[in-house]
Design a protein. Structure first.
Length: 395
């Protein structure tokens, strides 16, 4: 039983089409018109005798449920606001200026748009129907709709009758405090956000989770904000990010597996203190964030897939005799890691070497691997006392 049709290139619901108006079936391309019979919701039928016999939406079944509910929601909104200048659409794209998940648009199941702003509902009312695999990220979508000035009601298929949706159910969703309805007048979109960094800075803090520790999945990025666990992966085919990625860490992965892999300041306590700090800093997805936020976690052919470090060699200590620059050797491969907690920029610097560093290098001044530095000071035909990029002396 079809509940969607195409008119002038756009998807329309039965309520938007007059009884004798011809529209096109989006699945088979045949012409259709609307029909309303007792015991049935208003729907489309194929116009020609025998039409739709090969159309996948011509019959009835569970696959119709979401489309039927969307059509009934559009009809309920149209009937309720028929005295006001509005436009009601289904599967309507809403462009986003600032999205929580980085989208440039949302596609609303139903959108009733007001020609002039409504004092209570804002620019319009969005209804989203939650049905099986049609579920969306409620918090992120709610933020996006409120940010654009739209009210949003989240309904389930159990809210709908066979022939209609009572508008009182929509009204109840907006009046209740159970998270089913939100309006721009009464709900600040900021309160829908778990990520504190996004809340105050307007951006997530993205870090890559290395593929060497993942369970046969491609590398992805994770926001390391304190309460945030949003993941994304770049899709080259669509040239866009896919959000809602599930954790790719094996079920057996625990923080204790990082005991000999994580580099910490020497004046920091033991690993138990480090673990406690990680859990305080990263309240969700702690192990993933420990991996994503640690530059020393790199691929290794050892048993765990990432480097585990031997005891460090102190290269430079501060005035209180606390090591600030240290050199470490991997337990399983020739890789060495130079870690500088001082640095000229007062931030941590990590430099990997394929083996022991050249004895001629001044490890105290290095800020990146001289062999990978592209500054002109490394040109053998030039003479520089000091490379301003990597810190190598007499490059």
């Amino acid at each position: 039983m079809p509940f969607r049709a195409i008119r002038n290139g756009e998807i329309v619901a039965p309520t938007a089409v007059a009884g004798n108006e011809s529209v096109t079936c989006p699945d088979c391309g045949d012409s259709m018109h609307t029909r309303k019979r007792t015991g049935e919701a208003r729907h489309f039928v194929h116009s020609h005798s025998g039409g739709g016999s090969n159309c996948p939406t011509a019959g009835t079944g569970e696959s119709d449920t979401h489309a039927r509910c969307v059509a009934l929601a559009a009809e309920a909104l149209s009937d309720r606001f028929d005295s006001q200048p509005t436009q009601c659409d289904i599967e309507k794209q809403i462009d986003l200026e600032k999205s929580y998940l980085g989208h440039d648009h949302r596609r609303a199941d139903v959108l009733l748009g007001f020609e002039s702003e409504n004092a209570y509902f804002g620019h319009g009312i969005v209804i989203e129907v939650q049905h099986k695999n049609n579920e969306k990220n409620i918090e992120a979508a709610t933020y996006d709709y409120l940010k654009e000035g739209y009210s949003i009601a989240w309904l389930s298929t159990s809210d709908f009758g066979t022939e209609s949706l009572e508008y009182a159910i929509v009204e109840e969703a907006f009046q209740s405090d159970d998270g089913r309805g939100y309006t721009p007048r009464e709900n600040n979109p900021r309160y829908q956000i778990d990520c504190q960094h996004y809340l105050y800075e307007g951006e997530h803090i993205w870090r890559s989770v290395p593929s060497s520790v993942l369970d046969d999945v491609d590398e992805y990025e994770l926001c390391i904000g304190q309460e945030c666990d949003i993941r994304r992966r770049y899709d080259e085919e669509t040239d866009s990010y896919e959000y809602g990625i599930e954790s790719g860490l094996p079920s057996y992965f625990w923080l204790k597996m990082l005991r000999k892999a994580i580099v910490r300041k020497s004046n920091f306590g033991g690993f138990n203190e480090m673990k406690q700090t990680l859990r305080q800093r990263h309240r969700v997805a702690t192990a993933e964030k420990a991996l994503a936020a640690r530059p020393e976690i790199e691929y290794c052919r050892g048993p765990k897939g990432f480097h585990e470090w031997k005891s460090p060699e102190t290269i430079w200590s501060d005035f209180s005799d606390q090591p600030q620059i240290e050199l470490r050797e991997c337990r399983y491969c020739p890789v060495h890691l130079l870690t500088n907690f001082r640095g000229r920029r007062r931030d941590r610097t990590d430099i990997f070497f394929g083996g022991p560093p050249d004895s001629d290098l001044n490890l105290v001044t290095l800020e990146k691997h001289p062999g990978r530095c592209k500054h002109r000071s490394h040109n053998p035909e030039k003479w520089f006392e000091y490379c301003p990029e990597c810190g190598d002396t007499d490059p």
